[in-house]
Ligand binder design. Structure first.
Ligand code: GSH
Length: 220
Protein backbone atom coordinates (compact mmCIF):
# COMPACT_ATOMS: atom_id res chain seq x y z
CA UNK A 1 0.00 0.00 0.00
CA UNK A 2 1.54 3.34 -0.98
CA UNK A 3 1.46 6.00 1.69
CA UNK A 4 1.01 9.70 0.93
CA UNK A 5 3.26 11.82 3.11
CA UNK A 6 0.93 13.68 5.46
CA UNK A 7 1.18 17.43 6.05
CA UNK A 8 0.36 18.95 9.39
CA UNK A 9 0.01 22.60 10.35
CA UNK A 10 1.80 24.21 13.28
CA UNK A 11 2.34 27.68 14.72
CA UNK A 12 4.82 29.83 12.82
CA UNK A 13 5.61 31.44 16.14
CA UNK A 14 4.41 29.48 19.15
CA UNK A 15 3.13 31.31 22.23
CA UNK A 16 4.44 28.46 24.41
CA UNK A 17 8.01 29.76 24.02
CA UNK A 18 9.46 26.39 23.12
CA UNK A 19 7.95 24.30 25.92
CA UNK A 20 6.47 21.71 23.57
CA UNK A 21 2.89 22.54 24.55
CA UNK A 22 1.37 23.53 21.20
CA UNK A 23 -0.86 20.68 20.12
CA UNK A 24 0.99 19.85 16.90
CA UNK A 25 3.41 18.22 19.36
CA UNK A 26 0.88 15.39 19.89
CA UNK A 27 0.62 14.70 16.20
CA UNK A 28 4.38 14.97 15.59
CA UNK A 29 4.96 12.52 18.45
CA UNK A 30 2.38 10.03 17.14
CA UNK A 31 3.90 10.17 13.66
CA UNK A 32 7.38 9.62 15.11
CA UNK A 33 6.15 6.66 17.19
CA UNK A 34 4.82 4.89 14.10
CA UNK A 35 7.78 5.95 11.94
CA UNK A 36 5.80 7.93 9.38
CA UNK A 37 7.60 10.87 7.71
CA UNK A 38 5.57 14.07 7.49
CA UNK A 39 5.69 17.64 6.24
CA UNK A 40 4.86 20.71 8.29
CA UNK A 41 3.22 23.89 7.02
CA UNK A 42 3.66 26.79 9.40
CA UNK A 43 0.82 29.27 9.80
CA UNK A 44 0.66 32.67 11.46
CA UNK A 45 -2.17 33.62 13.84
CA UNK A 46 -3.81 35.74 11.15
CA UNK A 47 -3.53 33.00 8.51
CA UNK A 48 -5.24 30.55 10.89
CA UNK A 49 -8.35 32.72 10.86
CA UNK A 50 -8.48 33.14 7.06
CA UNK A 51 -11.00 31.20 4.93
CA UNK A 52 -8.26 29.03 3.36
CA UNK A 53 -7.22 27.62 6.74
CA UNK A 54 -10.81 27.48 8.04
CA UNK A 55 -11.60 25.11 5.17
CA UNK A 56 -9.21 22.70 6.91
CA UNK A 57 -10.12 23.66 10.46
CA UNK A 58 -13.56 25.17 11.11
CA UNK A 59 -12.38 26.80 14.35
CA UNK A 60 -9.30 28.40 12.84
CA UNK A 61 -6.80 26.45 14.94
CA UNK A 62 -3.79 24.17 14.59
CA UNK A 63 -3.00 21.37 14.11
CA UNK A 64 -4.61 20.07 10.94
CA UNK A 65 -3.69 16.89 9.09
CA UNK A 66 -3.81 16.42 5.33
CA UNK A 67 -3.17 13.07 3.69
CA UNK A 68 -4.17 12.67 0.05
CA UNK A 69 -7.81 13.72 -0.17
CA UNK A 70 -8.37 13.43 3.57
CA UNK A 71 -8.28 16.49 5.82
CA UNK A 72 -8.67 16.15 9.58
CA UNK A 73 -8.74 18.47 12.56
CA UNK A 74 -8.88 17.65 16.33
CA UNK A 75 -5.82 15.92 17.72
CA UNK A 76 -7.84 12.98 19.08
CA UNK A 77 -9.25 12.20 15.64
CA UNK A 78 -5.88 12.68 13.96
CA UNK A 79 -4.00 10.42 16.36
CA UNK A 80 -6.66 7.73 16.24
CA UNK A 81 -6.50 7.83 12.44
CA UNK A 82 -2.71 7.39 12.52
CA UNK A 83 -2.87 4.63 15.15
CA UNK A 84 -5.51 2.65 13.28
CA UNK A 85 -3.34 2.54 10.16
CA UNK A 86 0.13 2.05 11.59
CA UNK A 87 1.46 -0.26 14.28
CA UNK A 88 2.83 1.19 17.49
CA UNK A 89 0.10 3.09 19.27
CA UNK A 90 -2.65 0.51 19.82
CA UNK A 91 -2.52 -3.02 21.23
CA UNK A 92 -3.32 -5.94 18.95
CA UNK A 93 -6.29 -7.31 20.90
CA UNK A 94 -9.71 -5.70 20.45
CA UNK A 95 -10.44 -5.13 24.14
CA UNK A 96 -6.99 -3.64 24.73
CA UNK A 97 -7.53 -1.28 21.78
CA UNK A 98 -10.88 -0.18 23.15
CA UNK A 99 -9.36 0.52 26.58
CA UNK A 100 -6.44 2.48 25.08
CA UNK A 101 -8.93 4.60 23.13
CA UNK A 102 -10.93 5.13 26.35
CA UNK A 103 -7.76 6.53 27.99
CA UNK A 104 -7.28 8.89 25.06
CA UNK A 105 -10.84 10.17 25.47
CA UNK A 106 -10.32 10.42 29.24
CA UNK A 107 -7.26 12.59 28.71
CA UNK A 108 -9.17 14.91 26.36
CA UNK A 109 -12.60 14.97 28.02
CA UNK A 110 -11.90 14.42 31.71
CA UNK A 111 -8.36 15.57 32.46
CA UNK A 112 -7.66 18.34 29.95
CA UNK A 113 -10.72 20.58 30.58
CA UNK A 114 -9.92 21.56 34.20
CA UNK A 115 -6.24 22.02 33.29
CA UNK A 116 -7.09 24.32 30.38
CA UNK A 117 -9.58 26.23 32.54
CA UNK A 118 -6.89 26.83 35.15
CA UNK A 119 -4.42 28.16 32.59
CA UNK A 120 -7.07 30.28 30.84
CA UNK A 121 -8.05 31.81 34.19
CA UNK A 122 -4.42 32.81 34.71
CA UNK A 123 -4.16 34.31 31.23
CA UNK A 124 -7.49 36.13 31.16
CA UNK A 125 -8.56 36.71 34.76
CA UNK A 126 -5.51 37.09 36.95
CA UNK A 127 -6.10 40.82 37.43
CA UNK A 128 -9.68 40.38 38.66
CA UNK A 129 -10.45 40.95 42.33
CA UNK A 130 -11.97 37.46 42.63
CA UNK A 131 -9.13 35.64 40.85
CA UNK A 132 -7.54 34.01 43.93
CA UNK A 133 -10.87 32.55 45.06
CA UNK A 134 -11.56 31.17 41.61
CA UNK A 135 -8.03 29.83 41.29
CA UNK A 136 -8.41 27.89 44.53
CA UNK A 137 -11.53 26.21 43.17
CA UNK A 138 -9.89 25.42 39.82
CA UNK A 139 -6.76 24.03 41.49
CA UNK A 140 -8.94 21.74 43.61
CA UNK A 141 -10.59 20.41 40.48
CA UNK A 142 -7.24 19.72 38.84
CA UNK A 143 -5.93 18.04 41.99
CA UNK A 144 -8.95 15.73 42.10
CA UNK A 145 -8.08 14.48 38.62
CA UNK A 146 -4.36 14.14 39.39
CA UNK A 147 -5.09 12.23 42.59
CA UNK A 148 -7.39 9.76 40.83
CA UNK A 149 -5.05 9.34 37.89
CA UNK A 150 -2.06 8.80 40.15
CA UNK A 151 -3.98 6.20 42.21
CA UNK A 152 -4.97 4.37 39.06
CA UNK A 153 -1.48 4.42 37.55
CA UNK A 154 0.09 3.15 40.79
CA UNK A 155 3.55 1.76 40.06
CA UNK A 156 2.77 0.80 36.48
CA UNK A 157 4.80 2.23 33.62
CA UNK A 158 1.77 3.02 31.45
CA UNK A 159 -1.97 3.37 31.95
CA UNK A 160 -3.00 0.01 30.53
CA UNK A 161 -0.26 -2.44 29.58
CA UNK A 162 2.09 -1.25 26.85
CA UNK A 163 2.54 2.41 25.84
CA UNK A 164 -0.40 3.51 23.69
CA UNK A 165 -2.08 6.55 22.20
CA UNK A 166 -3.82 6.91 25.59
CA UNK A 167 -0.46 7.52 27.28
CA UNK A 168 0.71 9.78 24.47
CA UNK A 169 -2.32 12.02 24.82
CA UNK A 170 -2.38 11.91 28.64
CA UNK A 171 1.26 12.96 28.89
CA UNK A 172 0.79 15.92 26.53
CA UNK A 173 -2.19 17.01 28.64
CA UNK A 174 -0.34 16.66 31.97
CA UNK A 175 2.67 18.58 30.64
CA UNK A 176 0.44 21.65 30.44
CA UNK A 177 0.81 21.77 34.25
CA UNK A 178 4.62 21.93 34.17
CA UNK A 179 4.85 25.58 35.16
CA UNK A 180 2.13 25.34 37.84
CA UNK A 181 4.11 23.21 40.30
CA UNK A 182 1.00 21.09 40.91
CA UNK A 183 2.56 17.91 39.55
CA UNK A 184 5.24 17.94 42.25
CA UNK A 185 2.79 16.39 44.74
CA UNK A 186 2.34 13.35 42.48
CA UNK A 187 5.73 11.62 42.10
CA UNK A 188 4.32 8.69 40.15
CA UNK A 189 2.84 11.09 37.57
CA UNK A 190 6.16 12.96 37.35
CA UNK A 191 7.94 9.65 36.73
CA UNK A 192 5.28 8.69 34.16
CA UNK A 193 5.83 11.95 32.25
CA UNK A 194 9.62 11.57 32.45
CA UNK A 195 9.34 8.00 31.10
CA UNK A 196 7.32 9.23 28.13
CA UNK A 197 9.64 12.18 27.50
CA UNK A 198 12.60 9.79 27.37
CA UNK A 199 11.13 7.95 24.39
CA UNK A 200 13.21 8.62 21.25
CA UNK A 201 10.04 9.46 19.29
CA UNK A 202 9.08 12.09 21.87
CA UNK A 203 12.56 13.64 21.73
CA UNK A 204 12.52 13.85 17.94
CA UNK A 205 9.08 15.47 17.94
CA UNK A 206 10.06 17.92 20.69
CA UNK A 207 13.32 18.88 18.99
CA UNK A 208 11.59 19.43 15.64
CA UNK A 209 8.93 21.64 17.20
CA UNK A 210 11.57 23.53 19.19
CA UNK A 211 13.62 24.13 16.03
CA UNK A 212 10.64 26.02 14.57
CA UNK A 213 10.37 28.17 17.68
CA UNK A 214 14.11 28.85 17.80
CA UNK A 215 14.19 29.85 14.11
CA UNK A 216 11.19 32.17 14.53
CA UNK A 217 12.70 33.85 17.63
CA UNK A 218 16.04 34.42 15.95
CA UNK A 219 14.24 36.26 13.14
CA UNK A 220 13.05 38.70 15.84
N1 GSH B 1 -9.38 20.43 20.71
C1 GSH B 1 -8.42 20.90 19.73
C2 GSH B 1 -7.73 22.11 20.30
C3 GSH B 1 -6.87 22.82 19.27
C4 GSH B 1 -6.23 24.07 19.88
O1 GSH B 1 -6.65 24.58 20.93
N2 GSH B 1 -5.20 24.57 19.19
C5 GSH B 1 -4.53 25.75 19.67
C6 GSH B 1 -3.03 25.54 19.62
S1 GSH B 1 -2.48 24.36 20.80
C7 GSH B 1 -4.82 26.93 18.75
O2 GSH B 1 -4.84 26.79 17.55
N3 GSH B 1 -5.01 28.11 19.36
C8 GSH B 1 -5.21 29.32 18.64
C9 GSH B 1 -6.64 29.73 18.60
O3 GSH B 1 -7.52 29.02 19.13
O4 GSH B 1 -6.89 30.82 18.06
C10 GSH B 1 -7.44 19.77 19.37
O5 GSH B 1 -7.16 18.93 20.23
O6 GSH B 1 -6.96 19.72 18.22
Amino acid sequence: MSQTTPTITAFQSSPDRGQGLARDMRVRWALEEVGLPYDVRLVSFSEMKQPAHRKLHPFGQIPTYEEGDLTLFETGAIILHIAERHAGLLPADANGRARAIAWMFASLNTVEPPIVELSMAFILERNKSWYEERRTMLVDRVRTRLEDLSNRLGNADWLDGAFSLGDLMMVTVLRRLNSSGLLNDYPSLCAYIARAEARPAYRRAFDDQLAVFTASSSQG
